[in-house]
Design a protein around this ligand. Structure first.
Ligand SMILES: [Mn+2]
Length: 464
């Protein structure tokens, strides 16, 4: 079949405080859909995963979002919760849904949606039905397709394989006891201990729900620093170094590391290539802060703690020597991070002065971009000579050994890494700036009748 085919991914459309898809990005998508919809001849748009961000859409807080199977496998949303999240996304982004509806209202226009690790919710039948309805299509329309397999091989383009790519990322794959749940026959849906069906919760999703979403509400760009290993190298390191990051960030990162290294995995090196850094005390950033704070600073924290209901019956200095009391304090602060958001950050000019941070920076040596590329080389069997992925948010292109590999990157803002990236102050995660958080919106295009794909730049913005 002769048609134009375009592939985009990782729009992460949600709502409210955690939404990464701002008005400017949405306007770019609307123009893109208008351009692609107006091409001569039939056209198929493929959204290759993480189109909608259910993990960050409202409601995103509360214990009702998590459960376990009888064997202790982590689960998250029910179908009803996914629908509630979808309703939030629709309310926040009528322009996106209207533009897609308009695209599909034209002659010979098709839309294929692959779920990614932020939107496995497309495995729920009611979520798919609602999308079909919102886009103005009949329930049996052949204009929309949800690819519930790992990879999508478009008809007539036998040389092309499209995958989101999270299968090759241990943190975000959907394996249960070593077996992948990601197909129409075996969806990532299991019954919880109380008999309710819920989505399987991959490690990355649990991490977002427990640690990152709350931080994202206060530091809106915290989740734009991807891949995660790089976030830890740059901002994790600075959060844990005394005087570099605000105390709320230090508490959150300490809890993240505790989760990553102790709770979730028996062999942490399988996950992020972590050697817990010997010379960073990652568990007690608050203790270190208390020991180094001035008397007025300690008084300020003590008053805030008492006002928030923390039973403080000794001085903070004294408490810092009692591990059990410190654990309670960390728990309390993790639940009420606003208490310490104004504490801890001193002089950003001192960044880079402490050698301890360097071992944390070096410890996280995973390279997600190369892991996905390796996955692509293994998946390219039979007549496949071109593989397109997303997921890492790092746009990438390589032609080697007869295989063409594209990663389209993300349609969100990304963090611009410097050549030798130093640790950075957390306040930049609160500030929108095109210099620090630019965007480059890319798509892969196959022209009608052609047997090769190219990666094209739609729009980019890097300056005010
Ligand atoms: Mn992804």
């Amino acid at each position: 079949m002769h048609r134009s085919l375009a592939i985009i991914s990782d729009l992460h459309i949600s709502d409210g405080l955690l939404d990464d898809f701002d008005d400017e990005l949405e306007a770019q998508l609307v123009e893109f859909l208008d351009w692609f919809g107006n091409l001569q001849g039939p056209a198929e748009l493929v959204i290759n995963g993480d189109f909608l961000d259910f993990v960050q859409a409202s409601p995103w807080e509360g214990s009702a979002l998590e459960a376990e199977t009888i064997d202790g496998i982590p689960l998250c949303f029910t179908q009803a919760q996914s629908l509630e999240k979808l309703a939030s996304i629709e309310r926040a982004h009528p322009r996106t849904f209207d533009a897609l509806k308009q695209f599909l209202a034209r002659q010979s226009r098709h839309l294929t949606i692959l779920p990614g690790n932020h939107d496995p919710d497309f495995f729920w039948p009611a979520v798919r039905s609602r999308i079909v309805e919102r886009l103005g299509l009949r329930a049996d329309s052949n204009q929309i397709r949800f690819c519930l397999d790992r990879g999508y091989r478009p008809a007539g383009l036998e040389w092309l394989l499209i995958e989101h790519g999270h299968h090759y990322d241990k943190v975000n794959s959907f394996h249960v006891n070593g077996h992948e749940h990601w197909s129409a026959d075996e969806p990532p849906i299991l019954a919880s201990a109380d008999g309710e069906h819920r989505l399987v919760e991959c490690v990355g999703t649990r991490f977002l729900i427990r640690f990152l979403n709350g931080l994202d509400a206060r530091y809106p760009y915290v989740d734009n620093v991807k891949p995660f290993s790089r976030f830890l190298r740059i901002f994790g390191a600075s959060a844990l170094t005394l005087g570099w990051g605000p105390l709320d960030a230090a508490v959150a990162v300490a809890k993240m590391l505790g989760f990553v290294t102790n709770t979730a995995f028996t062999r942490s090196d399988d996950l992020l290539g972590i050697d817990p850094p010997a010379n960073i005390d990652q568990s007690n950033p608050v203790v270190r802060w208390i020991k180094s704070a001035t008397d007025p600073e300690r008084d300020e924290l003590a008053k805030a703690l008492q006002a928030s209901g923390f039973a403080l019956d000794t001085s903070l200095d004294f408490l810092a020597d009692d591990p059990a009391a410190v654990a309670l304090l960390l728990e309390h602060l993790a639940r009420k991070p606003a208490l310490v958001a104004s504490l801890g950050e001193r002089d950003p000019a001192l960044l880079g002065a402490e050698p301890g941070t360097l071992s944390l920076k070096e410890a996280y040596s995973v390279n997600e971009t190369e892991d996905l590329y390796d996955g692509a080389t293994n998946a390219a069997i039979g007549g496949i000579n071109t593989v397109v992925m997303g997921h890492t948010h790092e746009s990438f292109q390589r032609v080697q050994h007869g295989l063409t590999y594209f990663n389209t990157g993300s349609w969100t803002r990304y963090y611009r890494f410097a050549e030798e990236e130093p640790s950075r102050p957390w306040r930049i995660l609160q500030q929108r700036s095109y210099e620090t958080f630019p965007y480059s919106l890319r798509y892969v295009l196959v022209k009608p009748g052609e047997a090769t794909a190219t990666m094209e730049l739609w729009r980019e913005r890097a300056r005010e």
